[in-house]
Design a protein around this ligand. Structure first.
Ligand SMILES: [Fe+2]
Length: 472
């Protein structure tokens, strides 16, 4: 940090806009990549960034800027700035995979320059080294860059219900109750019972998967912050859909469902305040959270009667197809079962709510998967998943070109973008007229299209009624 002889002014009433720091970082990064190092524009931009950082650090010893779902947070609190105007600076960093910049007291201007240089050279972290060690090698001690841990589910929430509300499909409700019991057993230090798991796997494959109402409740956007057991049941069902789509046989499907169901069992060993913490995790907390993979594998390998893939998937489900991710297992590419669970895990996590963000709608979640395909996720499995669930999955609430609000109650396999719908009554609580969205007028033109998925306002409609009124 450049020296200043001026006495620090009194702390301002409102914090300075953190977006200006992001903009200055992004600007400096571009200048460093474009102009020679001694160019005056670089020096000027560095001074600007340095001054902005100093303004923030007058308010406290650490400046924490996190970008969560496009929204800038300063020290964990949403700053509520104009998203549109700030979009470019935010996007530049998030395209690099950086969602979080923490700067500590004592930072020097040269360190800020080094970080900006690093960001210019940084290409989606193909290095297996952590960001921290890469920065540390460059002499950066007071700045941390991080990707936010978006995939970690929470056990409880202040803002959202912590499990599905309203009537549930009976088989789905039974599977959730059994899974909750299983996770509590392990959390309390007792042994996992392989026979209970076998029963639960059969329940999922033979009853839950055959109920459109259950699938609707699992696939549609989830207005609750799902506890780990609930997330696990949902991931098991989504993995099953991928497994069926790629033609796995019955034995492999059972193995996949068991592994998916228990992939996060290691979270029962992580302190709840870390599991529940919204936003970016500190390094120590992140390491702890990452350990759920090895904890899970240890628990599962010690449980007699489980299928051999189960501990492997627990160990590998946060590793990418490029061999990056955690835990560090060298360049080893994860088993295809782990790759399937990774796809399901991400979709399930982002279509669920978080203390700090609304759930992502299914069609947007599919686009997120598409963006990760080839880098983190297996492209063929992403394709299989999107084909299996379609852009408008069962249970989704959608708006049509005739301004109707309806629930998707059936998929037309030959025309998945024009599914079977049941209109939502004006009272919003029951199935109205059934519509085949693929119907065409005499001219050959579609009578209606789906415009978008919408988030149910207030209480979500009772899916069990919508699906009981429609043939499976
Ligand atoms: Fe996980």
């Amino acid at each position: 940090m450049t020296a200043s002889t001026a006495a620090p002014p009194a702390a301002p009433a409102a914090p300075p806009d953190p977006v200006n720091v992001l903009k200055a970082f992004a600007g400096l990064r571009r200048l460093l990549g474009t102009y020679p190092p001694a160019h005056p524009m670089i020096a000027q931009k560095l001074r600007e960034l340095d001054e902005l950082v100093r303004q923030h650090l007058r308010r406290g010893p650490v400046l924490e800027i996190d970008v969560i779902d496009g929204e800038v947070r300063l020290d964990g609190v949403s700053f509520g700035t104009d998203r549109q105007a700030n979009a470019q600076a935010i996007r530049e960093l998030s395209d690099l995979g950086i969602d979080s910049i923490h700067i500590r007291e004592g930072v020097e201007a040269e360190e800020l320059r080094t970080v900006a240089e690093f960001l210019w050279q940084f290409k989606d972290a193909s290095s297996s080294d952590s960001l921290e060690s890469q920065l540390s090698r460059r002499g950066v001690r007071h700045v941390s860059l991080a990707r936010l841990v978006q995939l970690d589910t929470r056990w409880r929430s202040q803002q959202w219900p912590d499990a599905p509300t309203g009537p549930l499909d009976p088989a789905y409700a039974e599977s959730l109750a059994l899974a909750e019991q299983t996770f509590e057993t392990v959390a309390s230090g007792r042994r996992l019972d392989a026979m209970t798991i076998r029963g639960l796997v059969e329940l999922l494959i033979y009853r839950v998967a055959r109920s459109n109402a259950a699938l609707g409740q699992i696939l549609a956007v989830k207005q609750y912050e799902n506890l780990t057991y609930c997330h696990s049941v949902n991931v098991a069902m989504l993995s099953l859909l991928i497994g069926k789509q790629i033609g796995l046989d019955d034995a492999a499907l059972a193995s996949l469902v068991e592994a998916a169901l228990l992939h996060d069992i290691g979270k029962t060993k992580i302190p709840l305040d870390v599991v529940k913490k919204p936003g970016a995790l500190e390094k120590r907390e992140r390491k702890m959270m990452e350990a759920h993979t090895t904890f899970g594998a240890e628990i599962l390998v010690q449980t007699e009667g489980l299928r051999p893939m189960t501990p492997i998937v627990a160990l590998e489900h946060h590793r990418s197809v490029k061999g990056t991710g955690y835990p560090d297992l060298g360049a080893a590419v994860p088993h295809v079962m782990s790759q399937i669970v990774s796809v399901a895990d991400i979709y399930e996590a982002i279509t669920g709510a978080r203390t700090y963000q609304a759930p992502t709608l299914p069609e947007r979640a599919c686009l997120v998967l598409a963006r990760l395909a080839g880098e983190k996720l297996n492209s063929a499995l992403v394709k299989a998943f999107v084909n299996a669930i379609t852009f408008f999955p069962l249970g989704s609430m959608v708006r049509t070109t005739r301004d109707e609000i309806a629930i998707v109650v059936g998929i037309n396999p030959c025309d998945p973008l024009h599914p079977q719908l049941a209109l939502v009554n004006e009272s919003g609580d029951g199935p109205g007229t059934r519509i085949d969205c693929s119907a065409r007028a005499l001219t050959g033109a579609y009578e209606r299209h789906i415009v978008e998925t919408v988030l149910p306002q207030g209480n979500a409609p009772d899916m069990t009624q919508f699906f009981s009124a429609s043939p499976a």
